[in-house]
Design a protein around this ligand. Structure first.
Ligand SMILES: *[C@@H]1O[C@H](CO)[C@@H](O)[C@H](O)[C@H]1NC(C)=O
Length: 369
C-alpha cells in the first residue's frame, strides 16, 4: 500500500502541519493579548472600517495629484473624432443602414445592403477593444417580449411606433426615451427602493437602460488612453482621415462594432456585477450575452431619427436580445471606473436620450445570430 517514500512524504507533511498548528497557536495567543488590550477601547473595529472607506474615497483625490493626469496633452486620442454631420435620409442617394432597429429573432430589415455583413466574431478576435461605455434611457433597440411596447418602469413606457402599427390609431408622439423591459414590479421593493448614487448622475432604480460599448480596431487598445468620451475620439484614435477615406464599407463594418445590452436597474446586491466597463456581460451560466443579434447599422442617439440619418455607417452591432436585471451598485461602480480613466468621461455618467426605433426601410437586411 504505502511505499517508504510515501511514508516519508506524509511524515514531513505531518511535521509541517504540526508546525503550522503551533504557529497558529502562537497567533491565537497574540490575538488574545491584542483583544484583551483593545477591550478597553470599544470603537477599535469600527475605526478600521472607517479607515477602509476613507482609502476608497481617496482614490479620487489621488487622481487629482497623479502625474498620469498632469496634462490634457497626454491623452493621445483627444480630438481624433472625424466629423461627419447627420444628413436628411432622403437626401442620401444610398442611406447607410441605421441602428437601433428591431433585433427580434427572425426580423429582416428592408434596406438591401448587398454583400455587406456584420462582424460575427467576438470583437477581440478582430483586434477591437472597447473605447467607451455609455447608455440610453429605455432601449433604442426593440426585442419583442424583452424590451418592447409592453414593458414598464417607474415612468411607464413608450408605445409601439406609428409606422409599425398601421392598423391602430396612434398619437405618433416622439419622446427621447425608449422601450422598457418586463421585469418592473411596483410591489417588489427591489424596483422601488431608492439607491444612494455616488458616481452616476440622474439614474433611477426600476428604470431600463440600454448600455453601449463602442469597439474599434483603431482604438488606443491596451493603453491608458483606451477609454474616451466622446466615443468617436476612441473609435478614430489611430485612424487618420487619409486612411479612413481609403476604407470600403466592409472594412469599416469589420473593424468597428458596438456591444448593446439592456438592463433594468434593481436595488438588490444579489445582482451586483463589478466590471461593466469591460464590455457586454457574457456568461453562459447567467444566460447573458448568449442570444445576440448581429447586423450592420450606424451610431445612434436622439439627434438621429427616421428623417435625420447618422452617416457613421456601416458599423457592426451585436445586441443581446434578452433584458437583464443589474444592481444599481454595478452602474455606480462603472461610473466610478469611468471617473478613473485618463480621459474625462464625465459627459457619459448620465443616461443619454434614445432615438426613435429605426423604420424597416432603413434597417439592413443582414441580421445574423
Ligand atoms: C419586430 O420583428 C418581429 C419579427 O419579425 C415582428 O414580429 C414584430 O412585429 C416587429 N416589431 C416592430 C415594432 O417592428
Amino acid at each position: 500500500m504505502c511505499s517508504p517514500t510515501d511514508n516519508k512524504d506524509s511524515t514531513s507533511a505531518l511535521k509541517g502541519a504540526v508546525g503550522v498548528l503551533s504557529l497558529s497557536t502562537i497567533g491565537l495567543l497574540v490575538a488574545t493579548i491584542v483583544l484583551a488590550t483593545n477591550n478597553s477601547s470599544e470603537e477599535a473595529a469600527p475605526s478600521v472600517k472607517a479607515a477602509e472607506s476613507a482609502t476608497t474615497l481617496d482614490f479620487l483625490s489621488s487622481k487629482e495629484a497623479s502625474s498620469f493626469f498632469a496634462s490634457d496633452e497626454m491623452n493621445k486620442c483627444a480630438g481624433a473624432k472625424l466629423a461627419v454631420d447627420n444628413q436628411l435620409c432622403a437626401d442620401l442617394e444610398v442611406p447607410g443602414p441605421q441602428a437601433g432597429g428591431n433585433v427580434t429573432k427572425g426580423y429582416v430589415g428592408e434596406l438591401d445592403v448587398g454583400d455587406l455583413t456584420p462582424n460575427t466574431k467576438q470583437y477581440f478576435q478582430s483586434s477591437m477593444c472597447p473605447v467607451n461605455v455609455h447608455w440610453h434611457l429605455g432601449s433604442e433597440h426593440y426585442s419583442y417580449g424583452e424590451f418592447d411596447e409592453n414593458g414598464d418602469g417607474p415612468h411607464g413606457n413608450i408605445p409601439r411606433p406609428d409606422w409599425a402599427n398601421r392598423d391602430l390609431a396612434g398619437a405618433g408622439e416622439s419622446v427621447p426615451d425608449g422601450f422598457r423591459c418586463h421585469h418592473f414590479d411596483e410591489t417588489d421593493a427591489k424596483f422601488t427602493t431608492k439607491y444612494e448614487w455616488k458616481h452616476c448622475e440622474g439614474m433611477e432604480v426600476g428604470e431600463t437602460y440600454e448600455v453601449h460599448w463602442p469597439h474599434s480596431a483603431a482604438g488606443a487598445c491596451g493603453t491608458v488612453n483606451q477609454y474616451q468620451t466622446p466615443f468617436y475620439d476612441g473609435v478614430f484614435c489611430n485612424l487618420p482621415m487619409e486612411t479612413f477615406v481609403t476604407l470600403g464599407a466592409q472594412d469599416i463594418a469589420s473593424a468597428v462594432g458596438v456591444h448593446g445590452q439592456v438592463f433594468t436597474v434593481v436595488n438588490d446586491e444579489s445582482y451586483f456585477y463589478p466590471d461593466m466597463i469591460r464590455g457586454m456581460i457574457v456568461d453562459p451560466d447567467m444566460n447573458m450575452g448568449q442570444d445576440v443579434a448581429m447586423y450592420t447599422g450606424s451610431t445612434t442617439g436622439d439627434s438621429r431619427s427616421n428623417e435625420m440619418c447618422s452617416q457613421y455607417a456601416p458599423i457592426t452591432w451585436q445586441v443581446d436580445r434578452k433584458c437583464h436585471m443589474i444592481s444599481a451598485s454595478s452602474f455606480d461602480k462603472l461610473c466610478y471606473d469611468m471617473k478613473m480613466q485618463r480621459d474625462d468621461m464625465s459627459d457619459d455618467l448620465h443616461a443619454h436620450g434614445s432615438r426613435e426605433l429605426v423604420m424597416d426601410s432603413l434597417v439592413a437586411n443582414n441580421q445574423a445570430n
